[in-house]
Design a binder for this molecule. Structure first.
Ligand code: NAI
Length: 253
């Protein structure tokens, strides 16, 4: 039963092969939206598409690295062609394999994290804007992080990338408000996904991860992040733009 006003909408969710993105894609499909799953991980992306299909929803996948302009163009082209337009873009894909302090960060780590977490959302947003403008509006939601709001939640490159995401959200909200485009972000605290499982705990920065559960009580479930993303994307949030919503059980309060 859909109630969020998203029926028939064309929605792109990046990083939807697993974790928060997968839960978000499934949630949009439950609301009757048509979903383009964009991810590097072919097997995971195909599983998300298959699961949406099994429940009677419409979804398709584009597999590739979203920091590559050609992949971004393919994602937008397929969405317009197969789903009829891009009403919602969820820039969610991200990486955090190390929580290095600035001194521990080498050039390769810096460039990789900035490219995936900040440049890819920039490329995709720039590519969907003309379509949203032509359609008279749209909604863009980013998965930022607590690390986009303060300095003690992750490594240096990740923290810089997520602060950059918050900057993109604010700039978009101001520059496109008259054209009906809303931009918002969620700022998840620790959430039970592969990204947490994959963190290299040998860095000094990783010490910040350990007390998280003690303070916040538990990790969030991906579905709890997905609910906030779908709300921000939906008409229920029609006057909300430029917001960064913590979803962390009060951790950052
Ligand atoms: P995840 O690792 O389960 O999902 C991330 C997805 O992004 C994966 O399917 C991966 O294949 C995809 N991806 C990575 N690089 C890509 C690229 N270059 N091109 C296309 N796809 C790519 O982790 P999770 O937690 O679901 O991550 C989603 C977002 O949530 C990320 O932006 C992350 O930074 C953010 N986040 C996660 C938190 C957590 O505790 N799990 C806390 C705060 C933010």
């Amino acid at each position: 039963m859909s109630s969020a006003g998203l029926e028939g909408r064309g929605v792109v969710v990046t990083g939807a092969a697993s974790g928060i993105g997968r839960a978000t894609a499934l949630r949009f499909a439950e609301e009757g939206a048509k979903v383009l799953v964009a991810d590097l991980n072919r097997e995971g992306a195909e599983a998300t598409v298959e699961d949406i299909g099994k429940s009677g929803g419409v979804a398709l996948a584009v597999v590739g690295d979203l920091s590559d302009q050609a992949v971004v163009d393919r994602v937008v082209g397929r969405t317009v062609e197969a789903l009829g337009g891009v009403d919602v873009l969820v820039n969610n894909a991200g990486i955090m394999d190390r929580m290095s302090t600035l001194g521990e960060t080498d050039d390769a780590e810096w460039e990789r994290v900035l490219r995936v977490n900040l440049t890819a959302p920039f490329l995709l947003t720039r590519a969907v804007l003309p379509h949203m403008l032509a359609a008279g509006g749209g909604s863009i939601v980013f998965t930022a992080s607590e690390a986009g709001l303060r300095g003690g939640a992750a490594g240096a490159a990740y923290t810089a990338s997520k602060h950059g995401v918050v900057g993109l959200v604010k700039s978009l909200a101001v520059m496109y408000r008259e054209q009906g485009i809303r931009a918002n972000a969620i700022a998840p605290g620790g959430t039970a996904t592969h990204i947490i499982d994959g963190v290299d705990l040998s860095t000094r920065g990783a010490a910040t991860l350990r007390p998280y559960q003690a303070v916040a009580g538990r990790y969030a479930e991906p579905e709890e992040q997905a609910a906030a993303i779908v709300f921000l994307a939906s008409p229920a949030a029609s006057n909300i733009s430029g917001a960064v919503l913590p979803v962390d059980n009060g951790w950052s309060a």
